[in-house]
Design a protein around this ligand. Structure first.
Ligand SMILES: [Zn+2]
Length: 338
């Protein structure tokens, strides 16, 4: 619900006042006014709402939150996601060989920002937020509750989430949802490019930075100032959070390009063909959903059967039919189980 000053700020904006002039009139810092408008404009552009039902210590009746617009699409909604988290603050006597126990913790870590992009949208259409983009930042610059709620909405919308390190990003999302008593989102699959690289290839390093350099991808991971940037973010410096967001945003086209490069090779890639249903009865590529398939002369052989193989003309993936070729196992002997 809008506070009085926010209603007044919107009226003044309609009248053509600048953010600075509005701030002066209402006794607010210009950055507070700017951040409010940023949220408000986002909300005006995105009229769809969904409800998040809280559990545990949540406010009764749940809470409505606005969802950024997602273009309608058929097939799977595939989301590229990357998030940045704070460090822990711990008490230490030694600069070397320190071992922390839970009693040493002064501040548990939390999420600072996230950035994401839909596969069905252009590469540069990236949605990114940091803590200072939310109202609660003024009261507690370490609370990631609203940010996690916004992230939850994307996860709720997504069918498949592409992440560079599933253990890290999915783990963080899940633990912060649990922390804030948010329920699990609807089912989604994860495709982890790190796992894909490890299983399918043998790069000396499977990091995003190394692999994008190795494959000469157009977008390469941005560098940052190291721990000092994290400390400034944890002190609530908006300029530092803006830099963190920029760094976070930079990883998304990188992740997207890496994924598109390696997806034909990723073992156990989620089957996107399932998300189209089989209403049109067309064969689809299980990796990209394309119906442009070329039957190969070579067959796919298992120990028991022969299958027709196809190459996807769009992503290059080679897969086999679901049904074996007729008569393929009639005329040979089988091993006997012992
Ligand atoms: Zn394909």
């Amino acid at each position: 619900m809008n506070k009085d000053w926010q209603k007044k700020a919107l009226e003044l904006r309609e009248e053509g006042y600048s953010n600075r002039a509005i701030g002066r009139k209402l006794g607010k810092d210009e950055s507070v006014v700017r951040r409010y408008f940023k949220r408000e404009v986002c909300e005006v552009l995105t009229p769809d709402t969904i409800d998040i039902k809280f559990y545990g210590g949540a406010p009764a009746g749940g809470m409505s939150y606005l969802m950024p617009e997602v273009s309608p699409t058929i097939g799977a909604k595939v989301l590229f996601l990357d998030l940045e988290v704070s460090a822990s603050v711990v008490a230490a006597f030694s600069m070397f060989k320190h071992f922390s126990t839970p009693d040493h913790i002064i501040q548990f870590p939390y999420i600072l920002s996230f950035a994401c992009n839909w596969l069905h949208e252009p590469e540069d259409n990236i949605y990114a937020v940091h803590l200072a983009d939310f109202e609660g930042f003024e009261e507690d610059h370490k609370s990631d509750k609203e940010l996690v709620m916004r992230l939850w909405q994307f996860m709720e919308e997504a069918d498949i989430v592409i992440i560079q390190n599933e253990g890290f990003d999915r783990g963080w999302f899940s633990q912060r949802c649990a922390y804030w008593d948010l329920p699990e989102p609807s089912p989604y699959r994860v495709c982890c490019t790190l796992k894909g690289l490890k299983k399918a290839m043998s790069l000396p390093s499977n990091s995003l930075g190394y692999s994008t350099k190795y494959f000469n991808l157009g977008h390469q991971k941005l560098s940052h100032d190291g721990i000092s940037l994290w400390i400034r973010c944890m002190n609530g410096e908006i300029e530092a959070l803006d830099l963190m967001k920029e760094y976070n945003v930079g990883d998304i086209p990188t992740l997207r390009q890496l994924y598109l490069k390696i997806r034909p090779w990723v073992p156990n890639h989620p089957n996107v063909a399932l998300y189209y249903g089989d209403k049109d009865g067309k064969k689809r590529c299980s990796v990209c959903g394309s119906t442009h398939l070329t039957e190969l002369e070579s067959k796919a052989y298992t120990n028991l059967s022969i299958f027709t193989a196809y190459r996807c003309d769009d992503c290059g993936t080679v897969k086999r039919d679901g049904e074996r070729e007729k008569g393929s196992s009639k005329h040979y002997l089988r091993a006997i189980s012992k």
